[in-house]
Write a protein that binds this ligand. Structure first.
Ligand code: NDP
Length: 246
């Protein structure tokens, strides 16, 4: 008996980085897993193959998180194809940094659309399919709580907005047995934030552990929240940041 036997999960932005690690971890723990991606069809197919190798069902859906209709259709398709939906992980995100004076309007639009509106729309649609309780896990950022570098205004704004959504949904969906939590990662080695970039030593220096985290370490916390460990835990901000924000 696995933790997530008979459960179905959807991970947005599951083709690379943290999302790919989360998708694989939930499958290893017994869930059937769907993932969305924007451009990386080949990478998504690789994750699907790894999920199927665990013996679970997998589904990859091309759905741009900036497109509300695509997000809604993706969530509905998961429930239709895999029969139910129990766990939603809002992971897809974009990372526009720089002084506010230099950020183009398109960066603002994409940040709000992908980091804020898409989780709102996905949660709204997913909750309609969660008939026997459920789990919604939003991937925020430690900058939702504390901003130590200049140039993070827009990105931090989006992840703080996500925190408000997390708390509001936790109140609203609690009576239906649906928990809603936010994981706020610190520096995690991915394409978005390579652990060998010129910025990496500075970022790692802010952590108590003195190093970058791995996507698998974030995925372990997602698995905890999605399982029994998350049963009485809702509306919380969970820092997986190596002590960056203490
Ligand atoms: P990556 O850039 O490594 O991967 C992003 C994933 O999201 C890819 O699968 C990508 O798919 C998908 N994606 C991006 N834009 C869209 C879109 N418009 N529609 C659908 N899918 C999309 O990012 P990380 O794994 O590093 O980040 C994952 C989450 O964690 C994000 O929300 C990020 O803000 C957050 N985070 C990351 C931190 C870090 O240090 N890495 C720190 C704190 C938070 P495709 O390849 O098809 O484009």
């Amino acid at each position: 008996m696995n933790v997530f036997d008979d459960k179905v999960a959807l991970v947005t932005g599951g083709s690379r980085g943290i999302g790919a690690a989360v998708a694989l971890r939930l499958a290893e723990d017994g869930a059937d897993v769907a993932l969305t991606y924007q451009r990386g069809a080949e990478a998504a197919a690789t994750v699907v193959a790894k999920i199927e190798a665990t013996g679970r069902r997998a589904l990859a859906i091309q759905a741009d998180s900036a497109d509300t209709d695509a997000v809604t259709a993706a969530v509905d398709r998961v429930a239709a194809r895999l029969g139910r939906l129990d766990i939603l992980v809002n992971n897809a995100g974009v990372y526009h940094t720089g002084p506010v004076a230099e950020l183009e309007p398109a960066a603002f639009e994409e940040t709000v659309a992908v980091n804020v509106r898409a989780p709102f729309v996905a949660a709204k649609t997913a909750a309609g399919h969660m008939t026997g309780g459920g789990r919604i896990i939003n991937i925020g950022s430690n900058v939702a709580e504390r901003v130590v570098f200049p140039g993070f205004s827009l990105y931090a704004m989006s992840k703080s907005a996500l925190a408000g959504l997390t708390r509001g949904l936790a109140r609203e969906l609690g009576p239906r047995g649906i928990t809603v939590n936010q994981i706020n990662p610190g520096p995690i080695g991915t394409d978005m934030n390579p652990a060998d970039s010129p910025f990496a030593a500075t970022a790692a220096g802010f952590t108590a552990l003195g190093r970058y985290g791995t996507p698998a370490e974030v995925a372990a916390t997602v698995a905890h929240l999605a399982g029994d460990g998350g049963a009485y835990l809702t509306g919380a901000m969970i820092a997986v940041d190596g002590g960056f924000n203490i």
